[in-house]
Design a protein around this ligand. Structure first.
Ligand code: 2RA
Length: 351
């Protein structure tokens, strides 16, 4: 008898969690409880054919809960995950509140599932979607070759910035659709202004017909918080304290699915054929790597999919120990809801 709670059940990621639970052939849960802000309480959602009323977030909402998955803002998790633990639940948190806490494991089940079972605070963290979108691939290679350096550029979807990000991209796309854009071709700002779209955007520059080399908030040295998450979380998940990591995070006009160009260096020479075998042996990876036939992963083909897609695998010409490849992962599924749910599944035996 195991009770699962979804905290943030009515949000974008909460909805994907419900889709994932619906799609499972069997689930180990005797009860699924839906928890959200008081504003959403009373709504009725269907999970595995059963209508469930959403209850308001409160301490009492966690009574009898074994595992509580949180997809809420950092400050809400910071307050309520410990309350869930006090009430007897294990909290699996998809916010940034606990990811770098040394007493909270940061887990990607196909990389470090064991870590989920040692949790001094009763909390397990889910990584940021950008780190997660590449981690199944990096983890598999690290087991085979021993990773020493990671240089990545991300191509991040608008939905990483939530519904607000999706809405803004769609409004901008409508503003530029079918127009010769601006006096100078590509002057998107002029088209947005003409459509009455102001600068109150989750993105610091136009996203339609553009790329924006910034995601997250300002950090020392000109880094973005997103870039530092890639570095710090990769080190923690892989258990390589001194891993050299450098990331450039870029927002692109894609609705859902993050992509990353990865330049991964190992402690000995690597070859593409072995890398292919490593990827092919990992059930959560789909290899699409026939570029001469125009077959490689793109966000348009990966959205809605659970696995991580990998392609464009090359042995770096001037770096014998280095592989270059391109990876795509649905940022709302493996990047958020799916990995959180897989952690919850991993924890069932602990209850
Ligand atoms: C983003 N990774 O894409 C963030 C969301 N957690 O903005």
């Amino acid at each position: 008898m195991t009770t699962l709670a979804i905290v943030g059940a009515t949000g974008a990621v909460g909805s994907v969690m419900i889709d994932i639970i619906d799609a499972r052939e069997t689930v180990p849960w005797s009860e699924i409880r839906l928890i959200a802000s008081p504003r959403s309480a009373g709504r009725r959602l269907t999970v595995r054919g059963q209508e469930i009323e959403v209850v308001a977030l409160s301490a009492g909402a966690f009574d009898g809960v074994d595992i509580a998955m949180f997809d809420v803002p950092d400050e809400v998790s910071a307050t309520w995950a410990p309350v869930a633990v006090e009430r007897g639940a294990i909290a699996v948190d998809n916010s940034g509140a606990y990811r770098m806490d040394p007493d909270v494991p940061l887990v990607v089940p196909e990389v470090n599932a064991d870590a989920a079972h040692t949790r001094p605070k009763g909390i397990v963290s889910n990584p940021n979607c950008t780190t997660l979108s590449m981690m199944a691939a990096i983890g598999a290679l690290h087991r085979a070759f021993t990773l020493t350096e990671l240089v990545v550029a991300s191509y991040q979807a608008a939905s990483g910035a939530g519904q607000e990000g999706i809405d803004r991209l769609q409004a901008e796309m409508s503003a530029v659709a079918g127009k010769g854009v601006g006096h100078r071709a590509g002057d998107v700002r002029e088209a947005l202004a003409a459509a009455g779209l102001g600068t109150d955007s989750p993105f610091p520059a136009p996203l339609a017909l553009n790329v924006v080399p910034w995601a997250g908030s300002w950090r020392d040295g000109g880094w973005s918080s997103e870039e530092l998450k890639v570095r710090n979380e990769s080190r923690k998940i892989l258990g390589i304290e001194g891993l050299k990591v450098s990331a450039t995070c870029v927002r692109v006009p894609v609705v859902t699915t993050h992509a990353l160009a990865v330049h991964a260096t190992f402690d000995s020479p690597v070859d593409v054929e072995t890398a292919r075998q490593v990827f092919a042996a990992q059930p959560s990876i789909v290899l699409v790597d026939e570029p001469r036939e125009g077959r490689f992963p793109t966000p348009a083909d990966v959205v809605g999919e659970d696995p991580t897609y990998v392609g464009r695998i090359r042995q770096a010409l001037d770096f014998p120990n280095t592989l270059d490849f391109f990876v795509c992962g649905d940022n709302l599924r493996k990047g958020a809801a799916l990995n959180t749910y897989e952690i919850a599944e991993e924890l069932v035996g602990d209850r």
